[in-house]
Design a protein around this ligand. Structure first.
Ligand code: ADP
Ligand code: MG
Length: 365
């Protein structure tokens, strides 16, 4: 009997420790002492790789309570190993990816999410405000109502009524703008963008879950971008939105020329709609887009000029007005431009916002 009790005790402890282990509790105590959070509430979400908890902070004795969200990455998991593909090739993590050390890996993911959030938040893209990071525990602003209910994921958003169609279209256009700003201003590709990682409230989309987001020059960023475009496009199509082709969206996002701010951004998107090839009927048009999406999704995407097979032949194609068929025509144009600009400057003052962000972190005290 005594033995049985002891076993049960052990099991209980193991279960509770799985949720918040000793180290995590210590970090939370420390954060409570410093007033980063005052109370940590129940889990908003328990995922494979992290749990998210609601929390409240009282910034000063007389101040109103502020809601926060605490994301605790799980340190005892293997699934992070799958995510290696996001980290290899990331210049910010050159020294970091030590497969053997889970705890270190998880800390890296939390750091990555924190830095990405900073960048996205400072670009004024709606997302949680990054507040503090300590090892695998990330504190951020709470996206939800005053009663402590988190905003729904876009997937679960109750969008109905007479204006529903109009609103869905508006949200689609809003998301295209966000993706372009993410790419052009933050130099990031989300890499796991879908209706599950977008929260919704009052006609506004919020981007979350950015630990796997990659730099625009990551060796696979364009592949991830194409996947993000497919996933979000599929979702909006299911809501009945007349979506642009994946290729059109891809070009819109990566093309450096053009606006990054509203309202010009939405105007450009409307122009993209207006300049679509006219078709005899909607059905034919939809079928054509479907075929084009299929082709585009299977196309080889070179990431740099070095990866382009036959640059002269491709340049010729562009000259003959067949450039539309090249996935990377904007990329080519951009690189040629930036190469020339770099050569002209040749002062070697390549900006590295990653490094600039690193030095601001100071989170691991
Ligand atoms: P996971 O890696 O588990 O997918 P997410 O970052 O997507 O982690 O968060 C999981 C869920 O937690 C989200 O779907 C959302 O419901 C909730 N959540 C995450 N961050 C916040 C936040 N800042 N405010 C409110 N809810 C959040
Ligand atoms: Mg998620």
């Amino acid at each position: 009997k005594e033995n049985q009790d002891r076993e049960k005790d052990k099991a209980d402890r193991a279960t509770s420790e799985q949720v918040l282990d000793q180290r995590t509790r210590m970090i939370l105590y420390q954060m409570i002492n410093r007033g980063v959070v005052s109370e940590v509430h129940g889990a908003i979400s328990t995922g494979k790789e992290a749990n998210v908890y609601g929390a409240v902070a009282y910034p000063d004795l007389h101040g109103a309570a502020v809601q926060r969200a605490v994301k605790v990455y799980k340190t005892a998991i293997l699934s992070f190993k799958d995510r290696e593909r996001y980290i290899t090739g990331e210049h910010r993590f050159k020294s970091g990816a030590d497969k053997g050390n889970n705890r270190k890996m998880v800390k890296l993911w939390a750091e990555k999410e924190f830095r990405n959030l900073r960048r996205i938040h400072s670009a004024a893209i709606p997302c949680p405000e990054p507040i503090q990071l300590k090892l695998h525990v990330l504190v951020m602003g709470f996206l939800g109502d005053r009663k402590g209910y988190a905003y729904p994921r876009l997937r679960d958003a109750a969008i109905g009524g007479d204006d529903a169609d109009q609103l869905w279209r508006q949200l689609y256009i809003q998301l295209l703008g966000i993706m372009r700003r993410l790419y052009q201003i933050c130099r990031l590709v989300h890499a796991d963008l879908s209706e599950y990682n977008i929260l919704y409230n009052d006609k506004q989309l919020y981007i979350i879950d950015v630990s796997q987001s990659v730099e625009h020059d990551h060796p696979r960023s364009l592949e991830f971008l194409r996947m993000d475009i497919k996933n979000t496009g599929d979702f909006f199509r299911r809501q009945g939105v007349d979506t642009l082709s994946d290729r059109t969206v891809f070009d819109f996002i990566i093309q450096s020329a053009g606006p990054v701010e509203e309202p010009s951004l939405s105007e450009i998107i409307e122009q993209l709609y207006a300049s679509r090839k006219p078709s005899d009927d909607d059905e034919t048009a939809a079928a054509e887009v479907e075929v084009d999406n299929e082709v585009f999704r299977n196309q080889y995407i070179p990431q740099t000029l070095e990866q382009v097979y036959d640059i002269e032949k491709d340049a010729e194609k562009i000259g003959e007005g067949e450039g539309d068929k090249l996935v990377y025509r904007n990329l080519l144009a951009d690189q040629v431009v930036s190469k020339t600009a770099a050569e002209e400057q040749s002062s070697g003052d390549e900006s590295d916002e990653g490094a600039a962000l690193d030095s601001q972190d100071g989170s691991d005290d």
